[in-house]
Design a protein around this ligand. Sequence first.
Ligand SMILES: Cc1cc2nc3c(=O)[nH]c(=O)nc-3n(C[C@H](O)[C@H](O)[C@H](O)COP(=O)(O)O)c2cc1C
Length: 198
Amino acid sequence: MARLLVVSFTPKGPLSRTRRLLDAWLASRRAADPALTVDEVDLINTELPLVDGPVALAKGSVAAGSQLTPTQQRAWDAVTPWAREFLAADEVVIAAPMWNFSLPYPVKHYLDVVVQPGLLFRYTAQGPHGLCGGKPLTLVTTRGSAYADLPQVNFQTSYLRWLCEFIDCRYSEVVAEGLDARGPQAGEKILTEVIDRL
Ligand SMILES: Cc1cc2nc3c(=O)[nH]c(=O)nc-3n(C[C@H](O)[C@H](O)[C@H](O)COP(=O)(O)O)c2cc1C
C-alpha cells in the first residue's frame, strides 16, 4: 500500500486553482491505485516549529557528530518528527502556487524544517549524500505567467529540482501556467485543458 504525503499551501481555499489541479491529480492517482493512502500537511492549518538558533546549532552538531546541548536537543526533537514523516512516505507531493517566482514562504519553512542531516541527507568524505532513496517528489502548481521562454526566472523549478538532487528524490511537476496573463477566461481554458489531460 503506497503512502503519499501531500504538503499543501493553497490559501484561497475552494477558490484556489492549485487546489483544483491537486484534487484532479489525486483523483487520477486514486483511480489508478485504489489502495493509495494519502496524508496531508495543510500548511494553512499547521503550526511548524521555528527554525531558529537552537535548530541551526543542533543541525550543525548532528552533522558534525557532536553532543547536543539540552536546548539543542529540545529543538531537534521538535523538527525530527516532521522529517521522519517525510521519510516514511513512498511519495511526496508539494502543492502550492508560484509566488514571486518561487515557492510561497510556508513551503520554504516546511522544507527548512524537514531537510535535516542524518535524516534526509548526510555529509560524507565524498560530499553530501541524499537519504530519500530516489522517492518521487512532484510539484503541483499554477502560475500567473508562463515560463517556457524564461526558465532562468522560474526559481520554483530550479530550486526544487536541485533540492531533490541533494536529498535524493526524483523530481517531476504538474503545472498549469499562464493563468492570469491573458485574463480569467483564457486562464480557465488552460487550467481545464491541463486537468483534462491528467
Ligand atoms: C503573492 C502572490 C505572488 C505571485 N507571484 C507570481 C509570480 O511571481 N509569477 C507568476 O507567474 N504568478 C504569480 N502569482 C500568480 C499566481 O501564481 C497565480 O494566480 C496562481 O494560479 C494562483 O494559484 P491559486 O489560485 O492556487 O492561489 C502570484 C500571486 C500572488 C497572490
